[in-house]
Design a protein around this ligand. Structure first.
Ligand code: NAD
Ligand code: ZN
Ligand code: ZN
Length: 370
């Protein structure tokens, strides 16, 4: 089968022929129908040796949908032929967090990293930019029904990570109960202004354009979008943003004004560079929350007394939980979430990676085995 592999740090990814794995024990083999390209893939490709706790060679691709092709003798869960999306953060499966479905926060992650087995599909372990993906257990597969695979694949990271990042903000942003399980019916929080709240989304790429939709579907907040690309702002509007602006010298002032001069209740930073952290902090109101998702390498000094907004809360969400993924899939199936995709055949993976790197992708680039 074909696989897009990182063979050595810094090297270009290579489309190579590898042996198709056979599932043993609890493993499940998935025939890949679509795999998304993530901003994180660019970080992996640009990483210097030692920067990440993985050991090449491994197959890239951590956002995967397909059909169950073959089950190991002890596999439980999905049926052969069933359409599934892959829950990508593969934890130990046994610690407290994993037992609760939060393998993204597996307590043994450091230990798993230390033995360099990798922390999930396409991140140290062989991923889904390939014809087939070997998944360690059926617990990591969720049925998606008749959802198109190119829609389903991006839900497992771009959708899931955005959903998880927004979920923590819902009490502050006026939870409208837009999905069945978490909704509390539009309450006001002690810290935020509930229904009158506002949020800035910085970076409207693969993750950001879905975050805008999740915010609209599950909160009553006013959503302001910021990007360096004009077409990303157009996309933000299509996704339901109330206001969008390309970054300029006066962007912080413009956003604060939009937020009634006090500043926004929350910032979702999907870039995470020094520049976006600075912008985010300068538009947050006192008591606001900075949610840092992007891995742009920007650093923040936390000190009291200092220049940070009083009452500031910072969170560093990573990916999402399996129950979150179930809700994301449900939102997509209800039509509340629609991924904007650009499709590339798997054989043209390097072209897709170049397009993502140069800012030429609208929404998510999705690779389809050809
Ligand atoms: P993407 O390339 O699709 O989107 C990034 C967007 O940010 C683009 O629209 C780009 O134009 C915009 N942008 C770049 N510089 C900007 C700036 N200075 N100001 C405003 N906008 C700017 O990438 P993506 O797949 O959406 O991933 C976004 C980030 O999130 C990456 O750093 C990725 O590694 C990270 N990520 C984190 C997690 C997590 O669990 N924490 C999960 C997935 C991705
Ligand atoms: Zn990712
Ligand atoms: Zn665990």
């Amino acid at each position: 089968m074909r696989a897009v592999r990182l063979t050595h740090w810094g090297g270009p990814p290579a489309v190579t022929e590898v042996e198709r794995p056979a599932p043993r024990g609890e493993e499940v083999l998935v025939r890949v129908e679509a795999a998304g390209l993530c901003g994180s893939d660019l970080h992996v490709l640009a990483a210097l040796p030692g920067a990440l706790p993985y050991r090449p060679p491994f197959t890239l691709g951590h956002e995967v949908a397909g059909r169950v092709a073959e089950l190991g003798p002890d596999a439980v869960g999905p049926r052969a032929g069933e359409r599934v999306v892959v829950y990508g953060p593969w934890g130990c499966g046994r610690c407290g967090h994993c037992a609760a479905g939060a393998e993204n926060y597996c307590d043994r992650r450091a230990a798993l990293d230390a033995v360099r087995t990798g922390t999930g599909a396409g991140l140290g372990r062989d991923g889904g930019l390939a014809d087939y993906l070997l998944v360690p257990s059926g617990r990591l597969l969720l049925p998606v029904g008749d959802l198109d695979p190119t829609q389903a694949a991006p839900l497992s990271d771009a959708g899931l990570t955005s959903y998880h990042a927004v979920a923590g903000l819902r009490p502050t942003l006026g939870d409208t109960g837009g999905d069945s399980e978490r909704g509390t019916g539009g309450g006001h929080s002690e810290r935020g202004t509930g229904a009158g709240a506002s949020v800035a989304v910085i970076g409207v790429g693969g993750l950001g354009h879905l975050a805008v939709q999740v915010l609209r579907a599950t909160t009553s907040a006013r959503v302001f979008a910021v990007d360096v690309r004009e077409e990303a702002i157009t996309l933000a509007h299509e996704c339901g943003a109330h206001f969008g602006t390309v970054v300029r010298a006066d962007t912080a002032d413009v956003l604060r004004k939009r937020a009634g001069d006090v500043g926004v209740d929350a910032v979702l930073d999907f870039v995470g560079t020094a520049a976006t952290l600075r912008l985010g902090l300068s538009v947050l109101r006192a008591g606001g929350e900075l949610v840092l998702v992007g891995s742009g390498g920007g650093e923040l000094t936390v000190r009291k007394p200092g220049a940070l907004p009083p009452g500031l809360r910072i969170s560093l969400p990573f990916w999402g939980t399996r129950p979150d993924l179930e809700r994301v899939v449900a939102l997509a199936r209800s039509g509340a979430l629609r991924v904007t995709t650009e499709r590339f055949p798997l054989s043209r993976a390097s072209e897709a990676i170049d397009a993502l790197r140069s800012g030429a992708v609208r929404g998510r680039a999705v690779l389809v085995p050809d």
